[in-house]
Design a protein around this ligand. Sequence first.
Ligand code: HEC
Length: 119
Amino acid sequence: MMAHHQKQNMRDHLEAVQQITAAVARSDFEAVATAVKRIGYSEQMGRMCEHMGSATPGFTELALEFHHRADTIATAAQSRDPSAVSAALAETLSTCTTCHARFKQQIVDEATWAALPRR
Ligand code: HEC
């Protein structure tokens, strides 16, 4: 159930990135700021990440770093500078890929899981 919930979150993160990219392409900085709220830090988001990472050392820290970095996209949007927004988005996306490289859900049987290659 938690794995499913996490993947729903992830798909929402991707939609947020899609909206941010579309908004910056048309220099709509208000829409950038609105979309960032879906991935920015909030106490509620923080609690959810602590819950998700409670059994996985390092996960919550990376998750919180990701949400704080996402907030820098909103800060960049205030400057109404598309390249600053894109740069902040790129920095944020690097936390997505770092986490994906480091963590996988355990949704297969134990033997398959143990044999999976790790980066
Ligand atoms: C703190 C860790 C972490 C961060 C940060 C993170 N993800 Fe994920 N994400 C995961 C894990 C773990 C999975 C599950 C991978 C697996 O299937 O084993 C996942 C899966 C996904 C999936 C697949 C969902 C599905 O339905 O299978 C998408 C899409 C995704 N992430 C997008 C993103 C995007 C976009 C960002 C950044 C904007 C992001 N993630 C940031 C940990 C993270």
